[in-house]
Write a protein that binds this ligand. Sequence first.
Ligand code: PGA
Length: 251
Amino acid sequence: MRKRIIAGNWKMNLTPKQAKELILELSPKVKHAACEVVVCPPAVDLQAVSEAISGTNIVLGAQNVHWKESGAYTGEISAKMLLELGVKYVIIGHSERRQYFGETDETVNMRALFALESGLVPIICVGESLETRESGTTNEFVSNQIKAALKGMSKEQVKGIVIAYEPIWAIGTGKTATSAEAYEAISAIRSTIADIYDESVANLVRIQYGGSMNSRNASELLAMENIDGGLIGGASLKADDFAAICAAASK
Ligand code: PGA
């Protein structure tokens, strides 16, 4: 059985002090969650959050990692830096990184491979634009993103990764994919993994839905047997909303 995983992508929100306050408010509300509870704060908040989650069931994630161990890469963050702060998960290839910061399928692949080799668990994001959805090629599009992202990964490595299916048109828009739309794209992702590796590997990979998931629509989305959790943006900044999503994932 795949353990569900709810991850909060805080994006570029909250100072270290505010981050600490949110954890203090959130931790008692999620302490009985049966799913994995992850928060992914901005890099400068990681130290404060790492301390604040100590002794709780909240797990730490980051929003990016570089593909080299160290060196002249101004503005980037290394796996070793993240590991020293107790980071376990790292979001890679979020559509905002692809759209605004030149992230490509190739850099997503390099970051994911290096994260795995370093002992971090990548949360690899894929998802189609509205144009792609309307042209009827969503499954093919996400399948190609998956093939590119997983290039060179061993069976053993792939088993542990997390994938987030996030239709771009649903991110931050309040427009959620229907559970049927999410189910279909996630099925396409899982069968792509089965084609590259095999069915048993595909059945171990956890695939989240992301894109305006909130306390009102989480139960319906998570009722789909192949949706293994959520990557939550806006709603992860409010303790009550995020805790309600974790509760929905714990059923
Ligand atoms: P949202 O963001 O929940 O605010 O739509 C999701 C994401 O970008 O991961």
